[in-house]
Design a protein around this ligand. Structure first.
Ligand code: GRF
Length: 223
């Protein structure tokens, strides 16, 4: 990144925004050297917007129900995002499928976090599916966004154990703890200019990342 000022982040969400909160906290602690310049939700009244207000971050709603189709919604959403001149767009529980045009516009500067060990379990109900399959590990993956749903190249992946007796909520909470660690870290790598994605595969420090992304356990050993 060549900008002399601090990198600018725009966050998109649809709900609770606990990942957004992790970003807010990381910018305050200095773990993430960036400015969150706006949070945009497709739903009014969600907790994520409150978190933005509490942190003094510009917030707005672009309600998908007010548009005739996905293209129109994505076009206006993209315009609103661009108005904040972001270096990086962060999808943090944004529950809309994005059109290829939108993804193309932000290619290489838009990330998502997904609560599974991708490529396992793209889509919804990941924790239920992991428990029902009898998996012994679950986790989360930060990835660059491409037009394939939850299919873009992985950046960091963190694992947690699936414990006997786990229900969806218990497993989700265990995974969220990791999400809050790996997502701001991936953004920081990007903001430092260490991480890039120009089609093909993402690179960290000039080296191609493994298909499953950087294993978080290699950064912070489990025990
Ligand atoms: C997280 O589980 C994230 O992995 C997924 O949506 C959820 C958002 O949670 N993409 P929160 O709104 O950040 O609490």
């Amino acid at each position: 990144m060549t900008t002399k000022t601090r990198p600018r982040l725009v966050v998109l969400l649809s709900g609770s925004g606990s990942n957004f909160q992790a970003f807010i906290d990381a910018t305050k602690s200095g773990e993430l050297n960036a400015d969150i310049v706006s949070v945009i939700s497709n739903k009014a009244g969600v907790m994520g917007l409150e978190r933005g207000k509490n942190a003094g971050i510009a917030n707005e709603v672009v309600n998908h129900r007010e548009f005739v189709d996905r293209e129109n919604f994505d076009h206006i959403l993209a315009e609103r995002i661009e108005s904040y001149k972001p270096d990086l767009v962060i999808l943090a529980g944004f529950m809309r499928i994005l059109t290829p045009g939108f993804v193309h516009r932000f290619a290489g500067r838009i990330m998502n976090i997904h609560p599974s060990l991708l490529p396992k379990y793209p889509g919804l109900h990941t924790h239920k599916r992991a428990i029902e399959a009898g998996d012994t590990t679950a986790g989360a993956t930060v990835h660059f966004v491409t037009s394939e749903l939850d299919g873009g190249p992985a950046i960091i992946q963190a694992e947690v154990p699936v414990l006997p007796g786990d229900n969806e909520a218990a497993l989700a909470n265990r995974v969220l703890v990791k999400e809050h660690q790996i997502y701001p870290l991936a953004a920081q790598w990007f903001c430092e200019g260490r991480l890039s994605f120009n089609n093909g595969k993402p690179q960290l420090d000039g080296k191609q990342l493994p298909d499953a992304g950087f294993p978080f356990s290699d950064i912070i050993p489990e025990h």
